[in-house]
Design a protein around this ligand. Structure first.
Ligand code: FAD
Length: 520
């Protein structure tokens, strides 16, 4: 079997000093060589492993016959964000896991090929980051309506103003929006509102726009993209790639209104009163978890969310040019083992920390982060303190963290998640020097919208409850992504996609929803 074509990457020493991309992508020749490894199975199992049902053999065949633009079009029939998925999706656990070649060696590098085709189309369209209003870090623009703003004034202003901050799109023949059919043509032009501009909201919005709906996305922050913007750093996902995908959505007619906290700035009832016929909630999981151990409120202890938002969204690394400062210690400890922990650790390193330690209570095999990210972090010099659990933070007399007291752990029987449960080793306490700590131990659903909206139901973890058609307890209000329990970009996109289909069904065939009050 021919070996997998490795993607080129920047040397660890050089890349750990800046925010430029780590992975360099395939050249045209490399992509063709990798695409030719695909044996074009008659019953392609890879497609079953893809939550958004991309026709994987077809797009790979197009690359193999040196037609990357055709490949990009095939991708976009099912996936509104291919350049993003090609970079951050855990393909190794999805499509590539099912690839038949995996039985004997490396699977086809489906994610790398997806990235190649999407990037090729982007380059062909002549887009550059300088065209993007969102790529450059700048101080926060004045907001139209902050939390607690006047609802009437907000509605009047935002629903009338030009929603698109992007320049006119450059549209080549190959770059035409892909249009799909609504179930019923007289729903064309119906207004649908989407709360949240993460991958769930953007996918739902794009698919509904393709069906002819008039879609407006309301985003509480001053830049769109959700975690793709404020969480995942530029060395993995450059903001111009996100901006390009957003422009493609704009070409489909999707409008994005920023600085609008749905539930507070404008309520769901008010949206229906404004003529929206259905609402999709994709407000994500932005509420950080804490360890609840002594000393956790000492200075220079951040949640990963705050740390990454300060850097990625508020450009704290450019302070004082930007308004937002950030402290970066010499000995930084990141607690956690997921993608968020890797991103926080590698960001701290790039901001000048002398030593960054990642503290995780299980072993290397249980690290939940993508293996590629773990390997990159290790290559860049992040120290992994495995089987280690913090028990208290120790500060100086001024209240600044100086040390973490930890316990050694050992693995016991598997827990409900199937992973072996970590148990403390009695008397194994030891101290790690730490003048800055970042907690990356999990995120819970954003509670603002459910708590402010009468009738929405949540489970004990705060996830919105939905039925098998993605509808919440409120008629015409659907939800998907991390707010209902997703935990990856592609699962959020998959739910956004399915919700779009059910919203179309709800609006096109009201008879299927007899017990539901239809907002006509
Ligand atoms: P989000 O991306 O969280 O977007 C929700 C949006 O809704 C946000 O923009 C928020 O501001 C907005 N919002 C919230 N409340 C309101 C409101 N009331 N009104 C209007 N807008 C509102 N997954 C992967 O597959 N691969 C990775 O490599 C990966 N890395 C990650 C790294 C980090 C640092 C983090 C935090 C997560 C990572 N994930 C990764 C997980 C993935 O990003 C999420 O599962 C995904 O973004 C969830 O999408 P979403 O659309 O549900 O929510």
């Amino acid at each position: 079997m021919i070996d997998k074509t490795k993607m080129r990457e920047r040397p660890a020493g050089a890349r750990a000093k800046d925010f430029a991309q780590v992975n360099l992508g395939y050249s045209r020749e490399e992509a063709i060589a990798e695409a030719k490894r695909c044996i074009q199975c008659i019953n392609p199992l890879c497609v079953q492993g893809c939550p958004v049902e991309i026709n994987i053999p077809a797009f790979i065949k197009a690359i193999a016959s040196d037609n990357p633009l055709k490949a990009a079009r095939i991708l976009k029939e099912k996936n509104n964000l291919p350049a993003i998925c090609g970079r951050v999706c855990p393909q190794e656990e999805q499509c590539e896991l099912k690839c038949i070649l995996k039985k004997k060696g490396d699977p086809v590098a489906i994610g790398n090929l997806e990235r190649f085709a999407a990037d090729f189309e982007k380059d062909k369209a002549g887009e550059t980051s300088s065209l993007s209003p969102f790529s450059d870090c700048a101080t926060t623009p004045s907001t139209l309506a902050a939390e607690g703003g006047d609802e009437g004034q907000v509605k009047d202003t935002l629903l009338k103003r030009s929603p698109s901050p992007w320049p006119s799109p450059i549209m080549g023949e190959e770059n035409k929006p892909v249009v799909t059919q609504s179930l019923k043509r007289d729903t064309v032009g119906f207004k649908v509102a989407v709360a949240g501009s993460g991958p769930a909201g953007l996918t739902c919005a794009g698919d509904l726009a393709k069906m002819g709906y008039d879609v407006t996305v309301f985003e509480s922050l001053h830049k769109p993209g959700g975690v793709l913007r404020y969480g995942i750093p530029g060395f993995r996902l450059p903001s111009d790639v996100l901006d390009y995908e957003l422009k493609n959505l704009e070409k489909l007619g999707v409008k994005i209104v920023l600085n609008t906290l749905v539930g507070r700035t404008i309520s769901i009832d008010a949206l229906f009163n404004e003529g929206f016929k259905a609402v999709f909630i994709g407000t994500g999981a932005g509420l950080p978890a804490f360890l609840n151990i002594p000393g956790e409120n000492l200075n220079h202890i951040y949640s990963a969310n705050e740390f990454l938002v300060r850097v990625n969204l508020m450009c704290a690394n450019e302070f004082p040019v930007s308004d937002t400062p950030i402290y970066v210690g010499k000995n930084v400890c990141v607690i956690g083992g997921g993608n968020t922990a890797m991103d926080a650790a590698r960001t701290a390193l790039r901001l000048g920390a002398h030593e960054v330690s990642l503290i995780y209570r299980r072993s290397d095999a249980e690290l939940p982060a993508r293996r590629e990210e773990v390997n990159h972090a290790k290559e860049e010099g992040i120290k992994f303190q495995l089987l280690t659990n913090p028990v208290r933070f120790i500060g100086d007399e001024k209240g600044f963290v100086q040390q973490i007291e930890c316990l050694k752990m050992e693995l016991g029987e598997p827990d409900s998640s199937g992973r072996r449960r970590p148990k403390p080793v009695e008397g194994s306490n030891f101290i790690i020097p730490c003048d800055m700590a970042i907690l990356a131990i999990g995120l819970s659903p954003n509670p603002v919208l459910p708590s402010l909206t009468k009738g929405l139901e949540t489970d004990e973890e705060g996830h919105l409850k939905i039925d098998d058609k993605f509808m919440t307890a409120l008629p015409g209000v659907f939800a998907g992504g991390d707010i209902v329990g997703g935990d990856t970009v592609i699962s959020a996109m998959g739910m956004g996609k399915k919700s779009a289909r059910y919203i179309d069904e709800y609006l096109s065939i009201p008879a299927l929803y007899p017990s539901r009050l239809h907002h006509s």
